[in-house]
Design a protein. Structure first.
Length: 283
């Protein structure tokens, strides 16, 4: 019975992820005309990773918005974007990562391909998890804010040089749709495609590697995980110490020890799998 409930939960969650992905990329005309939507909705950021330049994107990418509003000439800070994302973090923590991130869904679907899986050693995994905070501090906040080109402007470093989401959702589709762009392909595009291919291959063998080790948005939301209104509670008295919750967590979190871990994406699988209902979400 518990297995059927868990299976149903997984289907529902993936349905929500897919539905949100379609809804936030509902400018279908863009895929036919190789154009980017620039209407009023682009003034608002979607809560998960979704490239601004995707032909179907109706909203802006929060990471891209933070970088583009940082003004390297006047040292202005993107207060309203950071405030908006902080509000989401304070409300639900990393719930967005587990339920409203299209790229996270793509990683999960790739992981479902039947192949031998790789388990990163615990010590190495613990160190690698800090990389996403480096990407957040250096490539999202630091370099765009302080670096100036010869023209006196900054660069959206993470989006321009690293982000595989933008390559998958915008770079590759636009190049395929617009033949004139194919002649403009250079070393930077090839570098970004190489990162994307590496991320795709890694996702087949490792569960959500981009989310675990690279994603700066996940790093940002994780800062609010322990203080968000949505929390996971653990009832020690109800727990039967079966270890099911820790075994089932693909983000390598032990909910009995740290139910509100910064690495938890609040997918809810441990809650559904718990045979004694010792875990639950609460406001």
């Amino acid at each position: 019975m518990a297995d059927s409930g868990l299976k149903k939960h997984r289907i529902i969650r993936k349905g929500v992820q897919a539905g949100w992905g379609i809804l936030s990329n509902a400018h279908f005309k863009g895929f036919l005309t190789a154009s980017i939507y620039k209407g009023p909705l682009k003034n608002f950021c979607v809560p998960g990773m979704n490239c601004y330049s995707c032909p179907g994107a109706l909203g802006a990418c929060p990471i891209g918005a933070m970088q583009s509003i940082f003004d390297a000439r006047k040292r202005k800070f993107a207060f309203y974007v950071v405030g908006y994302l902080a509000a989401i973090g304070l409300l639900v923590g990393r719930f967005i990562c587990g339920w409203l991130c299209l790229f996270g869904l793509i990683e999960e679907l790739l992981y479902m391909i039947p192949t031998p899986k790789i388990k990163i050693p615990q010590k190495a995994d613990k160190v690698l998890r800090y990389l996403k905070y480096v990407f957040l501090l250096v490539f999202v906040f630091g370099l765009p804010f302080f670096y100036r080109s010869e023209l006196g402007t900054g660069d959206p470093f993470f989006c321009k040089y690293i982000c595989p989401v933008g390559t998958l959702e915008a770079g590759v589709p636009l190049v395929l749709l617009d033949s004139s762009l194919k002649t403009a392909i250079g070393a930077l595009f090839r570098w970004k495609v190489a990162i994307l291919v590496g991320c795709i291959l890694a996702s087949v063998f490792i569960y959500r590697p981009f989310c675990k080790y690279v994603c700066p948005l996940g790093a940002f939301y994780s800062l609010f995980q322990k203080v968000s209104l949505l929390k996971m509670s653990f009832n020690k008295d109800a727990c039967v110490n079966c270890g099911t919750c820790a075994r089932i967590c693909k983000m390598n979190v032990d909910p009995m020890k740290n139910p509100n871990s910064a690495e938890c994406i609040r997918c809810g699988e441990c809650v559904k799998a718990c045979p004694s209902s010792a875990l639950r979400f609460k406001i």
